[in-house]
Design a protein around this ligand. Structure first.
Ligand SMILES: Nc1nc2c(ncn2[C@@H]2O[C@H](COP(=O)(O)OP(=O)(O)OP(=O)(O)O)[C@@H](O)[C@H]2O)c(=O)[nH]1
Ligand SMILES: [Mg+2]
Length: 324
């Protein structure tokens, strides 16, 4: 097995096998692997951050994988190095679904300037997101300048994905007149752009109607950045139409918010939020793994259930054991 210094050297040189291997270390549950991963990430931190990080979300079937294929190919043709990562805490990724993704991204998979990594295996959102976030940093250290983080629109995964990217893209479909129904509350607020996919064939007209409706809906909302009005665009991932416009929109956004200092400010805030989140996770883990807590918790739970001790009283008891 290679030592950390060798890994770091090969990673910085852009070695893809090393990149994949290090992400495997990040995803591993073995403490010695995670320790090694942590050392590598710390060592390459100065080499990270030089990418544009793009989140892509949308309901199952909206065309996320097809979009990333099309968008990714456009970017590699324009001399970008593209990494596509995923956060998918909801499903256990079987061989089958990875295969399905790979076939949907079969051309992008073959590109030497593209790197596709399916979601770390399912688990709590926080854990899955941590691994994806670290994979992102590692890809940046390997010289990837566009990082795409895909997430399926379930649970809290969109807000988590949005909190680790610079630009958040929400893919939508043109519906049958009730476009604004069934959209998860809050999703429009965090979108930096909405893209109506499958704008092709008979669907072009509907997509255009949907575009106008969403644009109206968005104009009523308050975007996080005062300098940016999130646009609504249409595209066909299948026919690779409308893709260039999306990239232009993202680069335009980056230009505007970089000039005002917002870009860096948002990243700094994300880093601090992330640290706080990890602290909370770490404390929880240590608490529940504490020997005394493990011993006392079942009995205290029973007592709370029977009304023999108050919930806060039981917490006091447990805290005294762990924090002295
Ligand atoms: N007509 C048309 N079909 C599309 C387009 N994009 C994707 N599709 C089709 O829609 C289906 C779903 O596409 P995917 O790319 O797998 O969608 P997804 O959002 O990744 O789906 P999940 O991975 O299940 O969340 C596939 O049959 C695609 O061929 C498009 O632009 N136009
Ligand atoms: Mg997919």
């Amino acid at each position: 097995m290679k030592n950390t210094a060798e890994y770091i050297k090969e990673l910085k040189a852009g070695n893809r096998r090393t990149l994949a291997k290090i992400i495997t270390l990040v995803e591993s549950v073995r403490p010695d692997d995670t320790q090694k991963a942590r050392e590598i990430i710390d060592a390459v931190m100065p080499n990270t951050g030089k990418s544009i990080r793009i989140g892509v979300t949308g309901v199952p079937g909206v065309g996320k994988s097809s979009f990333i294929e099309s968008f990714g190919l456009y970017l590699t043709k324009n001399n970008h190095k593209v990494a596509a990562l995923a956060i998918d805490p909801s499903s256990i990724r079987t061989g089958g679904s990875i295969l399905a993704d790979k076939t949907r991204m079969d051309k992008l998979c073959l590109e030497k300037n593209a790197f596709i990594r399916p979601s770390p295996s399912s688990g709590a959102l926080g854990g899955v997101a941590r691994k994806t976030k670290e994979a992102m940093l590692i890809c940046e250290a390997a010289g990837f300048d566009v990082i795409i983080v895909e997430t399926v629109g379930v649970g809290q995964s969109e807000t988590t994905a949005a909190s680790m990217v610079d630009f958040f893209l929400v893919l939508m479909l043109a519906g049958a007149g009730d476009e604004l129904q069934g959209i998860k509350k809050g999703i429009l607020e965090i979108a930096d752009a909405i893209v109506i996919n499958k704008s092709d064939g008979d669907n072009i007209k509907n997509a255009d109607i949907a575009r106008k409706e969403y644009q109206n809906a968005l104009s009523l909302l308050h975007h996080e950045s005062p300098l940016w009005n999130p646009p609504v665009l249409t595209c066909s991932a299948l026919n690779s139409e409308g893709i260039e416009k999306i990239w232009q929109t993202i680069t335009e956004y980056k230009k505007i918010v970089s000039a005002s200092g917002e870009f860096d400010k948002k990243r700094r805030k994300q880093a601090i939020d992330w640290m706080r989140f990890l602290i909370t996770e770490e404390i929880k883990e240590r608490f529940y793994n504490n020997k005394k807590v493990k011993e006392m918790l079942p009995e205290l739970t029973l007592k709370v259930e029977q009304g023999l001790i108050s919930p806060s009283g039981s917490v006091d008891k447990l805290m005294r054991e762990t924090t002295g």
